[in-house]
Design a protein around this ligand. Sequence first.
Ligand code: SF4
Length: 398
Amino acid sequence: MTQLKPVSLYLHIPFCTYRCSYCDFNTYTTIGDVQGDYADALAAEIAFAGRASDVKRPVRTIFFGGGTPSVMSLADLEKIMRSVDDHFHLQPRAEITLEANPETINQSYVDGLKNLGINRISFGAQSALAQDLTVLGREHTFQTVIDGVDMARTSGINNLSIDLIYGVPGQTVQSIHKTLDEVLALELPHLSLYCLTVEPGTPLHRDVNNGQIPHPDPDMAADQYDAVTERLAETDLEQYEISNWAKPGLESQHNLAYWYNAEYLGLGAGAHGHAGNTRYHIVRRPRTYIRRLTEASESKALPYPLTPAVAESHPIDNSEEMADTIMMGLRLLKEGLNADKFESRFGKSLNTVHGDTITELIDLELLEWQTLSKDLGPSLHLTEKGRFLSNQVFHRFI
Ligand code: SF4
């Protein structure tokens, strides 16, 4: 029988109860009435993606992202999970993550998630301080995060992560330490830290432009990132990626698939995917998405990984695949980009493909070779200086 490579599933849930000031994600606050139809459409899209292969494709991670996936009812999430079970082979130890806003959950909901097989929750916390949450337009307090973590642990879900934001106008090195005091007291096994960007068209952009909120200060943001990095280095959390820390063994398996540039199916409105030498994205509008799936004929076979909701797709050539693999792999600070794995994947060595660029970046002290173990051979790593200039390093490989 054909053995298919395991794949990851990203499932987009485009609903929120309110809009945060900085958010430009594909999410909607006024169409909660279509959630049931959306769950049916997503279940149908999963079936399309699964049927494109002769045998059930193994799934090693699922990530419900959004939006706010925790606004979906348990019944709707069950429909979606059942479709995954029916059309894919969910591996026994698959990591199944759901992003949750803490104010949207209660104990019976979290118990229900556990019963559906969800074994990891990523909480959108952003800060422990009311003043930051106000600037970000978040309608929860840090107490709801503490309560959410308690509920998850009570239900037996211990693989927990928290998202934090730095570079918020008004935030200081001192205040981010206060957030860390609260967060570290929770003893979570995973933490993500993202820099605030002021995206055009958002309420935050408007408020910054009309002077109501000061412009974020990039130097202050760099000082905050440094402070967090130094503080977390004293804990049992390891920085395994530019924006992510985890207790050893509890790294996000789903996100590692992105950083390894491995195959993943993005399903749901506006999702992006990369599989079968193709990159694609799905139509953005949930109503259009639902219509596409409702009108699609079940018998119409599309080549893997396409589904009736794909808006655009293009083949990936070898040089794009190599550049993506380098850029994503260098984000992995602990592991780096392993030269042997690169060569066995592409049939060419890193030095053959990019030797001059690598030498130049090593001379500039932005990259370095490290050998972590004899079995693994050398890996290319960002230096401390390279971490600050990572985007410039990545662009040299395009
Ligand atoms: S909860 Fe997340 S997706 Fe929803 S509006 Fe806020 S930032 Fe955007």
